[in-house]
Design a protein around this ligand. Sequence first.
Ligand SMILES: [Fe+2]
Ligand SMILES: [Fe+2]
Length: 256
Amino acid sequence: MFLVRPQKRRKRNEMKLVGAIQISNNSFFVCKNRNGVLSLRTGKEEKLQKAIVQRMIELNPSIKRMLEDYKIKPTIDTKTLKELAGGHMNETCRVAVGIYSILSENLKKNIKEETIKEASMLHDLGKVLIPSKILNKPAKLNPKEREIMNIHSTLGYELLKTQKINEETLDLIKYHHQNLIHSGYPALNCDHHPSDIGVQIISTADKYSALREARVYRRKLSRIESLLVLYKEVREGKILPEIFDAIVEYARRFDK
Ligand SMILES: [Fe+2]
Ligand SMILES: [Fe+2]
């Protein structure tokens, strides 16, 4: 559950967002009309989705700085948010929870299922600020575009840092493109290390669900093709063999 602090000023005749609450997978926005009457609205409403992301940006000046550094206009792409929340992030959550349930107790003893659930549900939130011409480019990204695309995990972390979300979940969101040999992004901070097993669960679930979805630049891969891509990463030392075994078992049992 996360809350957004009230805004100070509001115009007449306007329904104002005063907070947000997340229950299971559904977002509800707490709104106040000009007479001070509070109401709960569904998170599916585009105007409110924009308002909540806008509020997250206002609460953390480093987001503005990042957008300026990369010359990104701070526009909020709610179509992307809707697609991500209803599709890819939801599916990644399903796969991540599946991997978690198959892993041995010893391997997952330091990470809670709730953390895995929350991080996978929110892992790509930062993409809401990535220009859609980069996000939906039907061809290979050039180096500059790739650089911009790769900040989505840090942007997601910065957006959610202002919310009541625990550090471990935030770490997993920030490092969901890291791997076991630490050649992913963003670079790891030497003083602070996220849970390797947590990152492995989220990142492997993310890759598998992405490979199983069609993209503008490629078709949807089959179950076997997707597992082969992941196996290559096991051989490169990027994915833990136990995580790979768990995803093979997940695919056999649940991905028909
Ligand atoms: Fe991502
Ligand atoms: Fe993702």
